[in-house]
Design a protein around this ligand. Structure first.
Ligand code: ADP
Ligand code: MG
Length: 345
């Protein structure tokens, strides 16, 4: 777990815990190292402790126990403004009555920096995010993308070592959200700054992150690259939360198989003979454009609300039209040993 010397950890979290009441902690003794200059996404279902973790790193929430280190300096008990971190909020939270320039200069004004100096710094930052020409405009006169750049410049004016973003894209419509996330990723790379981005969207985290931290009930379930998390989910929770996997109970234990690697054949066909398989019935056929998604159920458990009794198979449009399946078809779900990996209990 030791970070290589060429990639010092910007943020380190050690045994970090938050208790709001007497019950189970909202964040339960988590350990995490985030490499300097990387894009980290904290991902998990609503209420799993993502925002609480981010707020403890930012200094907007007190810590019950544990430590937060920024570039090896213990910042656990420092006020937010003295930590070297900055926050960017949902829908950017710009002051509507202030120009882009005054929005960016605002925190320096609060710090008592003289007008000429703070406006010069703000102008300089707006130039860096290609907004120099529009410095005089108010947020209402800017597009969503331009507003995001102003919000970024405003967060950067304190010269943070890490930028913390709590669901910055979740209030945007889907089209804008995808545009904006590409832009966030681009600025993060250009600035070489450490970003920690909280999201409940698997897709968003996969698109953005160098490192994904999957949380559940206040603990970290898995930490790794999007590729590792998607291809080798550690346990059933991660496999199900990430989606795109079948969790299958076998005599040797529980396994995960990607839905696009799960084989399917009609029950009376011998196409999957010799492969490990289970019997299932097609319950759903969804046309998705480039692929067709089949929903399936284990015939023995059609009444039981057992999560492991439901499966999915993703077939390319070509595969499906060559060999169609219909609701009610009895099938074998099969997998190759290479496509299956064991899930921890
Ligand atoms: P997430 O951001 O992953 O949705 P949060 O970190 O906001 O989750 O919340 C984690 C848990 O802590 C939830 O159960 C939530 O209800 C609880 N919680 C969050 N903030 C407070 C608070 N100020 N007081 C009491 N409980 C809180
Ligand atoms: Mg939250």
């Amino acid at each position: 777990m030791t970070a290589a010397p060429s990639q010092p950890s910007a943020i380190e979290v050690v045994g970090l815990t938050k208790r709001y009441g007497t019950g189970k902690p909202a964040v339960d003794s988590i350990n995490l190292r985030i490499a300097s200059g990387s894009y980290c996404c904290l991902l998990g279902p609503s209420g799993c402790g993502k925002s609480t973790t981010l707020r403890m790193i930012a200094g907007h929430e007190s810590v019950s126990s544990g430590d937060v280190l920024l570039e090896n300096r213990n910042i656990t008990n420092l006020p937010a403004a003295e930590r070297g971190t900055a926050m960017m909020f949902q829908s950017f939270a710009l002051f509507p009555h202030l120009s882009a320039l005054d929005n960016v200069a605002f925190s320096l004004k609060m710090k008592g920096v003289g007008k000429a100096e703070r406006l010069a710094k703000a102008q300089d930052l707006l130039e860096r995010v290609a907004m120099g020409q529009l410095a005089g405009r108010k947020p209402g006169e800017l597009s969503g993308g331009q507003q995001q750049r102003v919000a970024l410049a405003r967060a950067l004016i304190t010269q943070p070592k890490a930028l913390l973003l709590d669901e910055p894209l979740s209030a945007l419509d889907p089209f804008l959200r995808i545009q904006m996330r590409a832009e966030l990723r681009r600025w993060q790379k250009e600035l070489g700054l450490t970003f920690i981005h909280v999201t409940h969207s698997q897709e968003e985290a996969m698109a953005l992150a160098d490192t994904m931290v999957v949380m559940n009930h206040g603990v970290i379930e898995q930490c790794g690259s999007p590729h590792t998390i998607y291809n080798k989910p550690l346990n059933e929770f991660v496999a199900r939360f990430m989606g795109g996997h079948n969790v299958i109970e076998t005599s040797a234990g529980k396994i995960g198989v990607r839905t696009d690697q799960t084989r399917i054949a009609h029950a009376d066909s011998s196409e999957t003979a010799g492969l490990p398989s289970i019997a299932a019935v097609v319950t759903d056929v969804e046309y998705q454009g480039t692929y067709v998604l089949l929903g399936l159920q284990n015939p023995g458990s059609s009444h039981a609300v057992v999560a492991t009794a439901e499966y999915a198979v993703m077939l390319s449009e070509g595969q499906f039209s060559a060999k169609p399946f219909a609701v009610g078809d009895a099938v074998h779900l099969a997998w190759t040993p290479e496509s299956a990996h064991a899930l921890q209990g």
